[in-house]
Write a protein that binds this ligand. Sequence first.
Ligand code: CP
Length: 309
Amino acid sequence: MSKQQFVHKHLISLEDYSKKDIELIFKTADQFKEVLNRQIKKVPSLRDKTIANVFFENSTRTKLSFELAQKRLSADVINFSASNSSVKKGESLLDTVQNILAMKVDMVVLRHASVSAAKFIAQHTNCAVVNAGSGTNAHPTQGLLDAYSLRDKFSDLKGKKILIVGDILHSRVALSNIRCLKKMGAKVKLCAPYTLVPRSIDELYDVEIETDFNKALKWAEAVNMLRMQLERQNEAYITSTEEYVELYGLKSTHLKMYKDLVVLHPGPINRGIEVEFEVADARQSIILNQVENGVAIRMAILFLISQNI
Ligand code: CP
C-alpha cells in the first residue's frame, strides 16, 4: 500500500482535505478494491489497532461498511449504538467516548445528530476521529465514495456536470459531495424548490441553483438524488409529496430521454418519492456500486489515518 505523505489524524470534513489528499484516498481505495476482489479479502494492515464504531443515529450502509472495512484490514472492532446504551440513562457524548477510549481504543468512527460532534471529540480526546455523519453538515466518507463511483464511470471528474437534487437543506451528503466534487474539478449544480436550498449556498460553495428539474436534467451528465429527510423536517417545506414527486422525482421517462445519464442515490431510498420505483434498478443506476465502493473507500481512509496514530 502507498506510503505517500498523508498528514491527517482525523476526517471531520472534506473542507480540511486537499485535492492531493483525495487523489491519494482514491489511489489507495483502488488498491483495496483489488484486495476485495480476491478469494481472501483480508490484509493485516490494522492488526495492531482497535476501532470503535460509535453511532448515535440509525445507519445501515455506513455502519456495516465501516465494520467490514475494519475487519478486512484485520483491526479489532467494537460497536456502540446509543439506542441500547447508557446514553438512555443520561450519559453524555464525551463521557461515553472517554469510557470507550479507556478500554484502549485507537480510533473512533462517530455518527451524531450534532453538526460539531466529531470535531468536539477530536478536540477533547487523543484518539483519531472519523466522521460517519454529523447533523446536516458533513458525511465525508459518503462524499468520497460518491465521487469515487463517478470517477469509475468518467475516469476524470474534471469538467463533469453533476446535478444534486432534492432536500439539500437537511442533507450532510449534499455538502460533502459539493466539497469533494468541486475540489476534483467537477461542475456542480443544485436542483430543488427554494424552500429546500440553504441560504447563500451558491455563494459559499460556488455552485449554481436551478429550480426547474427538466432544465437541470438537460444539463447533467450524472444526477445524485437525495433522500427527502422527513425525520429532520420540522415544518412543511413542500406543498405535498405528490407535487414534489411530480416536479422533482426522477422517472423512467427521464432515463429514456437521457440514456447516458448516471444515477446515484446515497440511500436509504424512498422508492416512489425521489426516484420512481424502477429507476433505482435501471441500467443507468450505480446505487449498488456506491455501496460496494464504500468498503474500499473506508478501508483507504482508515489505513491512511492509521499511519498517523
Ligand atoms: N448513506 C448513508 O449514510 O446510509 P446509512 O444512513 O444507512 O448509513
